[in-house]
Write a protein that binds this ligand. Structure first.
Ligand SMILES: [Zn+2]
Length: 389
């Protein structure tokens, strides 16, 4: 397959011509022609470059998916919804020591280190997200080995996301396989998807962004993978320990010789980051639902009511229109330590939810309140630890 990674790509030249508004030179040429006849003027004239197929008469199959479009990275208007979000980017393996590892640990066939590619993509992604107004934290800035165990390293990465109460942790990786043929994109979420629906939602958007950006020829049948498929008992340390939405991208295979060469190209790395960025921006446009406790502010009493504020992540955007929650009615789920609770009342207009704490609730119980907004987005931090008296 032949993915073009040329930084300079010939651009199609499109001339917009308003009806009746031909340029003077063109008009002179027409009038001079002896057999001139009035004819309908096209509203747009496309001057084709030899490298660009005629966009009006080309059959879909004549286009190649793996031919990359020009490397242009504009920020779309919907990226504005990233403005108040905190995104933690985790460049995989950066800082992990290569001591006591095999000589070709996390390296491509000609020696390209996965970590180095992960950091380049992470840096480009940070640039896009910052430009759109997000607060961005990288878990690792320097490509310098540290003297800690992998377990401690992964725990630290998750801790950075938790400390920042990140709206999203995106861990950037490139895959490896014994077969040099393998090359496809996967995005991982932790554990059972029904326990992490907000992560799963982010994973879907980001996967689509990566697909569009890298334009790989191959694909795996189900590219959203639970981390239990790789680490069957615990899943990935960084995803398991992160409390908010978290995904891990294995965008392509650095062990595939052709892909390894593309991954050496910073323009290709930037394409990948842009794909992730568009995925994250579209995810943000879909709104991030939240739940907060209104009262009581301290400990909760058994048998007493509790008031929570539901935010669909969308309603605050328009100052006009109806203010009612844009929530899928049947999606509201309330659980105390895994036991389903009914609500006392739900004011759809105000987003106010009242529940009663059962008489037999445990001291340190965890309340879960989740729902889906009209985009299908779930609550980013649905678990509320309670102190019950
Ligand atoms: Zn990796």
């Amino acid at each position: 397959m032949s993915l073009s990674t040329k930084p300079a790509f010939p651009l199609p030249v499109v001339l917009a011509v308003a009806a009746g508004g031909l340029a003077a030179g063109g008009l002179g040429g027409w009038l001079a022609a002896s057999n001139w006849q009035p004819r309908p003027e096209p509203s747009v004239v496309v001057v084709s470059s030899p490298d660009i197929p005629d966009p009006l008469s080309t059959a879909p199959r004549e286009y190649s998916w793996t031919t990359q479009p020009p490397p242009l990275f504009p920020i779309p208007p919907y990226a504005r919804y990233l403005r108040e979000l905190t995104i933690v980017i985790d460049p995989g393996h950066i800082g992990q020591s290569e001591k006591n590892r095999s000589a070709n640990w996390k390296r491509g066939p000609t020696g390209l280190r996965e970590a180095e590619v992960n950091l380049r993509v992470a840096n480009y992604l940070r640039e896009f997200l910052r430009d759109a107004g997000a607060k961005v934290v990288l878990t690792r800035e320097q490509d310098v080995p540290r003297d800690i165990s992998d377990k401690e390293d992964l725990a630290e990465r998750a801790e950075i996301a938790n400390r920042n109460r990140a709206d999203l942790l995106i861990s950037v990786h490139h895959n490896g396989a014994d077969s040099t043929e393998a090359n496809y994109s996967t995005v991982f979420y932790h554990g059972d998807g029904s326990k992490n629906p907000a992560s799963l939602s982010a994973a879907r958007y980001i996967l689509n962004g990566i697909n569009d950006a890298l334009r790989l020829e191959k694909l795996t049948e189900i590219p959203l993978w639970t981390d239990l498929q790789i680490e069957s008992r615990t899943g990935f340390g960084v995803l398991r320990r992160t409390e908010g939405p978290a995904v891990l991208c294995e965008s392509s295979f650095h062990t595939n010789p052709a892909e390894e060469q593309r991954l050496r190209d910073p323009v290709y790395n930037r394409r990948e980051a842009y794909g992730m960025f568009l995925g994250i921006a579209r995810w943000a446009q879909a709104g991030l639902p939240r739940v907060s406790v209104v009262e009581p502010t301290g400990a909760v009493s058994r048998g007493r009511s509790m008031t929570l504020q539901l935010d669909d992540g969308l309603s605050k955007r328009d100052g006009n229109g109806p203010r009612a929650l844009r929530v899928l009615g049947a999606s509201l789920r309330i659980e105390l330590d895994g036991r389903t609770l009914d609500y006392l009342s739900l004011n759809q207009k105000k987003g106010e939810l009242k529940i009663v704490i059962p008489a037999d609730a445990q001291r340190g119980a965890t309340l879960l309140v989740d729902f889906q907004n009209i985009f299908g987005q779930h609550v980013t931090y649905p678990r509320i630890p309670l102190s019950i008296e």
